[in-house]
Structures are given as structure tokens and as C-alpha cells.
Unconditional design. Structure first.
Length: 117
């Protein structure tokens, strides 16, 4: 599975960004997808996930109500819609894939999100 994340950038606090992650190499609907983020000097942090069908999602508390993960299996793409962004959301964001029921084993290259105050 190859993953390519895009859509990062610089945005003011309170603004929005939508990240995309395009997948190739395996039928997209056979794996769950997740988003993670990492700040230099800190461990990678899990942000949320969506199951293979798109019916089930899960988010960490700090992004609940602000971030939404969705997917388009026909386009082999998963999205992370980020609203009401805060400076503490600044990080490199990564998408990841797990074969249903497994660990996140496949990773994209990351896209930088910077939120200015």
C-alpha cells in the first residue's frame, strides 16, 4: 500500500484545512485508515480513524467536534477536515492504513500543518 498525503499549509487560528490521503496498491476498502500527527521532539500522536466502510469513526478528545475523517472508496482517498484550528494543532500530519483488524502498518510521507495565532 502506498499513501500520499496532501493539503497541508499555513492557516490562522479558527481557520480550516482539509487534508487528503490517496492510496494505491491494494483495494482501498480492505483497510481501515487513520490520521496521526507529530511535533518535533514529541512522539507521534494518534488523531483519529475511520473503518473500511466509512461508517465508524473515532477521534481523540482534543479534536472531537472540530475534525472529521471521511473516505471515498471509489477514489481511494481518505480526508481529514479540520475546522476551528488552534495553534496547538500545528504538526506534521500523517495518514496510515491498517488491514482490517490489524495495526497501522502503512504510512504516508506527512504534510505540514501550521496554525498561526
Amino acid at each position: 500500500v502506498q499513501l500520499q498525503a496532501s493539503g497541508g499549509g499555513l492557516v490562522q487560528a479558527g481557520g480550516s484545512l482539509r487534508l487528503s490521503c490517496a492510496a494505491s496498491g491494494r483495494p482501498f476498502s480492505t483497510y481501515d485508515m487513520g490520521w496521526f500527527r507529530q511535533v518535533p521532539g514529541k512522539e507521534r500522536e494518534f488523531v483519529g480513524r475511520i473503518n473500511w466502510s466509512g461508517r465508524n469513526t473515532y477521534y481523540i478528545d482534543s479534536v472531537k467536534g472540530r475534525f472529521t475523517i471521511s473516505r471515498d472508496n471509489a477514489k481511494n482517498t481518505v480526508f481529514l477536515q479540520m475546522n476551528s484550528l488552534k495553534p496547538e494543532d500545528t504538526a506534521v500530519y500523517y495518514c496510515a492504513a491498517s488491514i482490517v483488524g490489524g495495526d497501522f502498518s502503512y504510512w504516508g510521507q506527512g504534510t505540514q500543518v501550521t496554525v498561526s495565532s
